[in-house]
Write a protein of this length. Structure first.
Lengths: 449, 449
């Protein structure tokens, strides 16, 4: 009288769910069958830029668990197989080998879809997204094949700046094209400007306010990127334009899609109105705890948490996903970048009246070796005084301080109360006033002003 | 019709108060007169081990503001002057030059008093506490004078382990004598054992369960430390036995002293029942937010915060000190050590029933360069599930994660809720599950077991 769980997508969310469900129900009680369109399971997509850049030795290092390892735990993973449709009424999925499979429980973990504009030349050799391990391999192959000297990265988000670093490590001349005023548009422009300056100091040719028109090709290979601001020669072109929820399969089946384009779930990762249907990872939208509105935030750590929640519930336990506050960190060479909560444009869009303050401090006591500069910007709501968001740009040890802000936002702390927080202090770790506390004091003052 | 503020002790707490009061009231409205028994004002005592160890170049680097700089802001600091008594009724202080000074407001910031047992030989040359800049200079002079080869550090607390590192940097053979089962008694013994092992790996001869009996001397200089477990040769002896609140002056004046031996204040750092009397820093006791009981925790960051609160209030503003959760961090060579909240023996003493879990993880993604091991131990209350305490021992980037735990404890979060926290994730900063989250999951499971 066993059930069958079908998992669509065998990466972070899907396989976390499968593992948790398996932990609670053995294979006689729950058969688990997973379909994965790529050649790999359970890998760290976030690690790809570091592998391309040579900081991570081998592709295998990024794979947490292979299909064989999953099979050893009675999770039957079929790699290289794409689910082409879901029949909600009959509870079946159809696969690209024309097979059809019944399910009792369905876990949709179809991930994100990299934005890929319809530019002329976009499909040329040497033009790459950076989402899958195959993409990573292809970038490396292009660099070797073309004996590349010049690279253009299109888009200045996380993947864009991380890939800029990876390409610098290959001694390429790197140009970063960004449509907006500054790279890292998840930061406010004043903080993004610090990132732009650092990129330039590292030798990246940062061009902002640039609209790409297409890719020039020769013999099927990319040769240059054409824009409204001139043409940029390129042996390799990397697309870092972000992703959208890959929810088409669910939408085609009539399953609920929200305003962000992500699949709608409840807090236990169930599809409302569809018993036994679950979804998790980059394909879903989740509660943003600051705005109270849904948000689609593609990030491995969310995918893992949501997958775990779904799996515990499928396994008969109880777990719920509490939402996000928008925390993200990144690193380019020595520069650390972090944000949480709302940036100014998000706070405005959500209708908050807010004050801001930006301070400069050091990552450790100013007199301690390797003290690095760090800039912290905070937003606080005018009426309640609570922290709405924070951004950090600085040297080693700066970015993970974002966690203090994330936990403070989570608990709806006021910036005034934050000034008293008992954070760890010793000269190798912090000035006597942690930069986060200095910033909390500054924005408290700004609220009173 | 101006008032006079007298400040006793011109270090972190006293001068933070003076600065904040001055910011709000000019010198015609408020005269500020400060007495400092040492030769220096506003210095970082916490930096002394790093200066002795050569990580900080110059003594001056540790001085945030000199007496002259304070005088430029109309804060009259008299260095090398000790206040010998307070006349509460007549509102005067007497100084060791037999002068007497009236006050309207009195700020008591007499700091901590290093424990200095009545051992034979304790006053010999070459035996040093590490509290003031003068102490730091004396240790360095002793090392030079004796061409020291062997050092004994007595006491395995923060100062003890930090001094062990400083002395290793001078290529001394270092023995650390600790009375308890493990060094770092602010950690549980299982976590302290990790510190002991690391110290041994760095070449420190760690002896635990050892009771010191005295110092052997020759020609007035220390030659060895005698214990119940043998005699340890020493050219230099460093005392790291902790401090107690230096509250004798206040006690002699009949001012309120609490159960910890610290001066009693309210949240605004006022002495209850004594209008215009204030105290802050290592000489006071404060609310421990987890036990709800008073605690005396000597730490520069608390002294600065409390001094600031007192100064704002003296200046006519409103500020309050919210108490502490017992956060502390330290570092010995590459090993980072941190704790917050209650350790097991404190939780027992406070009457909590609790569960614990200890996990091992990495500071960054396991595949990323320089991923270091980190061990996290959490305590959670059985009935409520809330986090009571946390301890971290590990490599670079480990210790400051204590801040996440500190903010969680501050907000009385349950460990179950913590498993969903939106902490910063990217491979150079964290595994996909931050070690703190892994630990929260483990202790959640332990609560249910």
């Amino acid at each position: 009288m066993g059930e069958r769980l079908i998992v669509i997508g065998a990466d972070a969310a899907g396989m976390s769910a499968a593992s948790q469900a398996r932990k609670r129900r053995d294979h006689r009680d729950l058969e688990i069958l997973a379909f994965e369109k790529s050649a790999h399971t359970s890998y760290s997509a976030c690690g790809i830029p570091y592998w391309i850049g040579g900081l991570v030795d081998q592709q295998d290092d990024l794979i947490a668990r292979t299909a064989e390892q999953h099979r050893d735990r009675h999770i039957d993973v079929r790699i290289g197989r794409t689910v082409t449709s879901i029949d909600v009424r009959n509870r079946t999925v159809t696969v690209d080998d024309d097979s059809t499979h019944e399910f009792d429980q369905l876990m949709i973990a179809t991930g994100g879809k990299p934005k890929r504009p319809d530019w002329p030349g976009i499909d040329a050799n040497g033009v790459h997204g950076v989402q899958t391990l195959d993409d990573g391999e292809a970038v490396s192959a292009s660099i070797r094949h073309t004996k590349a000297k010049r690279a253009v990265v299109i888009g200045g988000g996380y993947i864009g700046v991380e890939m800029a670093e990876a390409l610098i490590r290959h001694d390429l001349q790197v140009t970063l094209l960004e449509r907006g005023d500054q790279p890292m548009h998840t930061l406010d422009p004043d903080m993004g400007a610090l990132v732009a300056q650092a990129l330039r100091d590292y030798g990246v040719d940062v061009r902002t306010g640039v609209t790409v028109k297409g890719i020039e090709t020769r013999d099927g290979w990319a040769r240059a990127v054409t824009t409204d601001d001139g043409t940029f020669d390129a042996d390799v072109v990397v697309l870092g334009l972000g992703t959208t929820p890959n929810s088409q399969l669910a939408a085609d089946a009539g399953l609920p899609i929200g305003p962000t384009g992500g699949i709608v779930t409840d807090r236990r990762m169930r599809l409302p109105g569809h018993e036994g249907f679950w979804a998790a990872g980059d394909c879903v939208e989740v509660l943003h705890r600051v705005t109270g509105r849904p948000a689609a935030i593609p990030l491995g750590t969310h995918a893992n948490k949501q997958g775990r929640v779904a799996g515990i519930n499928i396994g008969g336990g109880y777990a719920s996903f509490p939402g996000v506050v928008g925390t993200a960190v990144s690193k380019i060479c020595d520069l650390e970048i972090a944000r949480t909560g709302l940036q100014e444009k998000e706070a405005e869009a959500a209708g908050f009246a807010y004050a801001t303050a930006t301070i400069e401090s050091h990552t450790v006591a100013g007199y301690y070796p390797d003290a690095a500069k760090v800039t912290v910007k905070l937003l606080a709501e005018k009426s309640t005084g609570r922290l709405l968001g924070g951004q950090i740009v600085g040297g080693a040890g700066g970015a993970k301080r974002i966690d203090v802000l994330a936990v403070a936002i989570w608990n709806q702390m006021t910036v005034e109360e934050m000034t008293g927080l008992d954070l760890g202090y010793a000269p190798p770790f912090s000035p006597v006033w942690d930069p986060v506390l200095v910033a909390a004091r500054a924005v408290s003052d700004a609220l009173r002003a």
